[in-house]
Design a protein around this ligand. Structure first.
Ligand code: ZN
Length: 341
């Protein structure tokens, strides 16, 4: 199928967004452009950061996608039978928004706000003058699309703050959409708490003779060296990609506990060894076989947690939502693809 000219611009915008850890982590986020009844949307599991190097967009039949949504069908109709990739699990969001260009990012300032209770008035003050709406958390895919459709039936926002999830913006062209992402993140910018660096020697000692190693990105250690962040992230899960790639919440080692103790406790509960662990005061460790997608997700959590105000009331994902995310076939497919990347 012939690709529209705007898609070339979208690839460039997507690559820029995808290379900014404050906006997109790993295979998260997705972008689209509509042209002649076709929705060109990022493929499931593909990385936006590679949008200018690889073909990561799939053509979807737009009227067919909207019909499928009305009928409660999650599978989106691909417009090109030769297409090998599957459209993003969030394709329906892109179909629903009337804008020609739609960008969805897991922007860390937006996620921090979208994970807090009782902040609607503050968000309204920051976003004054923009056409925006906040939608409550729903699992990505059909449930999220349904709540977005309900919002769009009442008004026509250009900016949607997705509860416990991220940011969705629509605009007439790529440049306006990209500018809007940055504008929202600028207005919602939260101060970052400073925290001590990780204790490399302590982490190395902890990991000796295990399948774990210190997290390679320094940001991750702040999850364990900042008592506030540590408290926030060990109490529950903030957003879906965290659960999919790292499991529910974060596990911290208690005093004197070894990695072997944790693995044994997990095995007794029929749980796999944790992907990552926090050593309070020392830093974060991860399994040695961890893939880039999961590593990026731990950095995302650190960037969100250090922006949560110390007195924030957090809206954690309910346990049944965590389970739904872990059991979800579409996510298994996405994770498998992204782990191979
Ligand atoms: Zn998302």
């Amino acid at each position: 199928m012939t690709q529209p000219a705007e898609l070339q611009l979208l690839k460039e915008v997507s690559a820029r967004l995808g290379c900014d850890m404050g906006l997109v982590q790993g295979a998260g986020g997705n972008t689209s452009v509509k042209e002649g009844g076709v929705l060109w949307v990022k493929a499931s599991g593909a990385w936006l950061s590679e949008a200018d190097k690889r073909d990561i967009f799939v053509p979807v039949d737009l009227p067919g996608a909207l019909r499928a949504l009305e009928q409660g069908i999650e599978k989106m109709p691909v417009a090109d039978p030769a297409a090998k990739l599957r459209p993003s699990i969030e394709t329906s969001l892109h179909a629903l928004l009337p804008h020609r260009v739609v960008l969805h990012v897991h922007a860390v300032n937006t996620i921090a706000w979208a994970s807090c209770l009782g902040v609607d008035q503050e968000i309204a003050t920051h976003l004054e003058g923009l056409a925006w709406a906040r939608v409550p958390y729903r699992r990505p895919g059909l449930p999220l699309s349904q709540v977005v459709a309900e919002t769009l039936a009442r008004r026509r926002p250009d900016v949607l703050i997705l509860g416990n999830h991220g940011l969705l913006v629509g605009a007439a062209d790529c440049a306006a959409a990209e500018a809007l992402v940055h504008e929202v993140e600028r207005r919602l910018r939260l101060p970052v708490r400073s925290a001590p660096a990780g204790n490399g020697a302590a982490l190395e000692a902890l990991c000796r003779d295990t399948d774990y190693r210190p997290a390679p990105d320094d940001a991750c250690h702040r999850l364990a060296t900042d008592p506030r962040s540590l408290a926030f992230v060990t109490k529950g899960s903030l957003y879906p990609d965290h659960v999919v790639f790292l499991g529910p919440a974060m596990r911290a080692l208690s005093a004197g506990e070894s990695i072997g103790n944790v693995i044994a406790a997990n095995a007794a509960a029929s749980l796999p060894p944790p992907v990552a662990l926090l050593a309070p005061g020392a830093g974060a460790i991860m399994r040695s076989d961890i893939q880039p997608g999961a590593e990026a997700m731990l950095v995302c959590l650190a960037l969100v947690a250090e922006r949560l105000p110390a007195d924030a009331r957090i809206s954690y994902l309910p346990a049944d939502e965590e389970l739904a995310l872990l059991d979800w076939d579409a996510e298994k497919y996405r994770k498998a693809l992204s782990l191979k990347a």
